[in-house]
Design a protein around this ligand. Structure first.
Ligand code: SF4
Ligand code: MSK
Length: 671
């Protein structure tokens, strides 16, 4: 039976994306959206029921009681598939962290070009956590010690990854009792691959226990140190005005789109684009200058630090090229579609790969090396500028939205109390009183199997109405940005009264953009600081909070989900479960689903569930938040109890005669 073809409106809720999808259709060019329509997912693989780890297979277990040729059961196969995906995700994040650590080491030893230590205060704060001496030492000496310590975490063979000590003490105790504290970041990934080789670990529960250890090496290891070093080298984010969507591309300028994940190159391209020599070179080519923008998490990195606009999220990488206005798309690692090269042949766009780890046939490779970072960044920009003359017909959607990103945990701490009284107390108090019902972290990718941006933004909007404070990272954050939910007062008419009161009082948007996908560690840090502040339990699993990845697609998302669960969070993924096992066909195939939900909840207090229906996701989120509130003895959430902020109340009072206003304000009765 022919599959139904979706319309541009069914593909995406984003009007800019819709315009480009219409253009693609007119030009007869395929995109991930149309390829998703053309390619039905394999139902056996999608449900984790296929094993292909040895040459006797692939084995497809589609009947009750069937096993692979080696005798492997459906439970073993599903657990193996899941841990392999989690390990790949953990490896990707952590390898990014490794490169950051080597860059820090090179900066400390004056071996780089163009980099400086921008946040010395954060360097000193982080060094102190690990008892690295700071008094009387120059920043580069401290940075060298920190880099050595962090580099050592990857190859460490025994003991505990040192970053674990940043989790709440009670949580560390649970991990120690369970034997899941990572010994070394790389060791756990290697062991996951070993355990899942033919003829090794075959107990699903035991395999999944190691999945947790591997994921913890990501969340409380490689990703956490990546965030630390990015802040030290490029500055800890603070609110800054930015813009998002394809309308940030400019007709009269050389458009360079940076895409991928690592800030090391993109930060240098930002610096190079402002160099008078490069601006003059662009003008000589007939352009007004170089216009930089980002896609995916590279976009988030330079958006939250430099205010460089985001052209879009994951599913917009092809659409940016379809505008015909992109001279170069410069990619590093992760989430880069191979289809870009073929698509770019229809236009003048050059796809430039830069990482020694990532090459794409047909792309131009200009290898990045931090020792000559600024020189290479300028070379890349000159290549893009030279391409400006080849530009053909363009169609840039006039769609963009302002946003305020940059809510690092350091800034959240500061914004709640200022320089002298910075503290999480006001946030904890707001949750305890019920003005804020709870917290939701809505993170993760886009997936062309669902309507682009719809699940992210529908769930975000509905939770805001319920007085749930939302924090976001990754492509989910860009989805909300495009909808205007990350812009201070602009989004406040869409939120519940108690949350609105808090947002107005502090002066924040109802959705806080906290960074890229490695920056989910910022959310772990916020939860740890909430616990340390007091009043919301003594461990993360007691905080009324939920994590959601409604449009997930990457293995990194699975690693994030697993380390958040191990940290005590209830995590809900949208779409289909990779371990669902089609229970109607294989009756005993729900063990792994059970182990990662109820099983992990018994041990860690957090659980991982896959729920396709967005309303069910919202219902379960609110039920979990209310359950946690009740367990803490907090007042039941009442939407009518709060909601008149100081500003709103003063406006009401201004309408009253003075005597009544005086009574309301000062309690002085009318004469
Ligand atoms: Fe089949 Fe077992 Fe080989 Fe997997 S490991 S492909 S189940 S024989
Ligand atoms: S880029 S991992 S699609 S969030 Fe981090 Fe977006 Fe997901 Fe890639």
């Amino acid at each position: 039976m022919a599959r139904k073809k979706r319309t541009p409106e069914e593909f995406s809720i984003d009007p800019a994306a819709q315009q480009m999808l219409i253009r693609a259709d007119e030009l007869g060019i395929g995109t991930a959206f149309t390829r998703a329509d053309d390619m039905a997912p394999c139902p056996i693989g999608a449900d984790g029921m296929c094993c292909k780890i040895c040459g006797m297979g692939p084995c497809r277990l589609t009947k009750d009681g069937s096993t692979g040729i080696c005798g492997a059961t459906i439970d073993t196969i599903q657990a193996r598939n899941l841990i392999r995906a989690i390990s790949a995700g953990a490896a990707a994040h952590s390898d990014h962290g490794r490169d950051m650590a080597f860059t820090l080491k090179a900066v400390a030893n004056d071996e780089t070009e163009g980099y400086v230590i921008r946040d010395v205060a954060k360097l000193r704060t982080i060094a102190q956590i690990y008892d690295i001496p700071i008094e009387g030492r120059p920043p580069k000496e401290i940075a060298n010690d920190l880099a050595d310590l962090y580099i050592a975490q990857f190859g460490q063979q025994k003991g505990e990854v040192v970053l674990i000590k940043r989790a709440p003490e009670k949580r560390q105790k649970i991990w120690r009792e369970q034997g899941v504290i990572p010994r070394g970041i790389d060791r756990e990934v290697v062991e996951a691959l070993h355990r899942t080789h033919i003829g090794d670990d075959q107990d699903p529960e035991h395999i999944l226990q190691h999945a947790i250890r591997t994921a913890l090496g990501d969340g409380w290891g490689g990703s956490l140190l990546a965030t630390d070093i990015s802040d030290i080298l490029f500055g800890t984010p603070a609110p800054v005005l930015g813009q998002a969507n394809l309308g940030v591309l400019k007709e009269n300028m050389v458009n360079v789109v940076v895409h991928g994940h690592e800030p090391t190159l993109s930060e240098m391209i930002v610096a190079a684009s402002q160099d008078p020599e490069i601006i003059a070179y662009a003008k000589a080519a007939g352009a007004d200058g170089v216009n930089l923008s980002g896609i995916c998490c590279t976009a988030n990195e330079i958006l939250m630090r430099q205010g460089i606009p985001a052209a879009g999220n994951f599913l917009q990488q092809e659409l940016a090229i379809l505008t015909g206005s992109v001279e170069a798309m410069v990619v590093d690692v992760q989430c880069i579609m191979q289809a870009l090269v073929g698509l770019a042949r229809n236009f003048h766009t050059k796809i430039i790969t830069t990482s020694p780890k990532v090459k794409i046939k047909g792309a131009t490779h200009i290898q990045f090396d931090e020792h000559h970072a600024l020189t290479i960044a300028k070379d890349i920009l000159r290549t893009a500028i030279d391409n400006f003359q080849n530009r053909g017909e363009t169609k840039i959607p006039n769609v963009r939205e302002d946003l305020i990103p940059g809510f690092s945990h350091e800034y959240i701490n500061y914004m709640l109390g200022g320089s002298y009284r910075s503290s999480f107390r006001p946030l904890n108090d707001a949750v305890m009183s019920g003005r804020i019902r709870g917290i939701a972290a809505i993170v993760g990718c886009n997936n062309p199997r669902s309507q682009h941006d719809y699940l992210h933004t529908y769930i975000t909007r509905e939770l805001l109405k319920q007085d749930v404070l939302v924090v976001e990272t990754g492509c989910g954050a860009i989805a909300s940005a495009k909808l205007g939910l990350l812009l201070g007062e602009a989004g406040l008419d869409q939120v519940g009264p108690g949350l609105r009161e808090i947002c107005e009082t502090i002066g924040i948007p109802p959705v806080l953009h906290m960074g890229s996908c490695v920056d989910n560690t910022r959310i772990l840090t916020v939860l740890t600081q909430i616990v340390a502040e007091g009043g919301l339990g003594d461990d993360i699993d007691q905080v009324p909070a939920v994590g959601l990845a409604p449009e997930w697609m990457s293995e990194k998302a699975l690693s994030i989900g697993a380390y958040c669960v191990a940290s005590g969070a209830y995590v809900i993924f949208g779409g289909t479960s990779p371990v669902s096992g089609m229970p109607d066909r294989v009756a005993d195939s729900d063990l792994v689903s059970h182990l990662i939900s109820d099983g992990w909840e018994k041990i860690y207090g957090g659980k991982l569930e896959f729920i396709a229906d967005p309303d069910e996701m919202i219902r379960k989120t609110l039920a979990h938040i209310d359950k946690k509130r009740a367990a803490l003895g907090l007042p039941e959430y009442d939407p009518n109890r709060y909601g008149r902020s100081g500003d709103a109340r003063m406006l009401e009072l201004e309408e009253l005669p003075w005597t009544e206003r005086r009574e309301a304000l000062y309690g002085v009765a009318a004469d």
